[in-house]
Design a protein. Structure first.
Length: 190
């Protein structure tokens, strides 16, 4: 979703101004509103509308809210990666006869993706931790389970267990991010 929004923001053709404006509005709104508030608005607001076809499962609504929130951040990461590709790369691809779409697909996006993998993985780690926020609308996850157990037994060890679970998920991803960043530095000869 973030990649599509980033591509929409990069369209410079005047005819596509409404799409570019909607993509910009989306990123501004969802980066500006705290994730917890997005979760509340989606988790409690959508079911309150009682519209046909709107999911009522709280876990699904939590996934939708996190997707909307993090999609805006990922869009900006991708956009910065796309803009970091030197214009001469685009000019060279166009001079070889590639269309704009093929230039983006075969020249710009592969380079941009390699450049943004570490920040994307950092966003993924943050997303893993923010899943705990979904408990505020009802679904049981590690933090909420720990809270329930601690409230009934006055034993706060479950919070430590929940923290360890998050650490077990995030540390490998952080080391993988470091590995990819080091590999990129070695490729560039730095």
């Amino acid at each position: 979703m973030g990649l599509l929004v980033a591509l929409a923001r990069g369209i410079r053709t005047p005819a596509f101004f409404p799409i570019r404006a909607l993509a910009t509005l989306y990123t501004d709104v969802f980066r500006g509103v705290p994730t917890i508030l997005v979760i509340y608005l989606i988790g409690f607001g959508l079911p309150a509308l009682r519209l046909q076809g709107i999911p009522t499962d709280l876990a699904t609504l939590g996934v939708i809210a996190l997707t909307l929130s993090y999609g805006a951040y990922v869009a900006e990461v991708f956009r910065s990666g796309i803009e970091s590709v030197h214009p001469s790369q685009v000019a060279a691809a166009r001079s070889l006869g590639l269309s704009h779409v093929k230039t983006m697909r075969f020249v710009v996006l592969p380079q941009a993706t390699r450049r943004v993998v570490p920040p994307l993985l950092n966003d993924f780690v943050s997303l893993q931790k923010d899943t705990a926020l979904v408990a505020t609308i009802g679904p049981l996850e590690a933090l909420r389970q720990a809270q329930i157990h601690a409230a009934s037994t006055f034993n706060y060890t479950p919070y430590l267990a929940a923290a360890l679970l998050f650490i077990l998920l995030t540390i490998p991803m952080a080391r993988f991010t470091d590995h990819l960043a080091a590999r990129t530095r070695r490729r560039r000869g730095a």
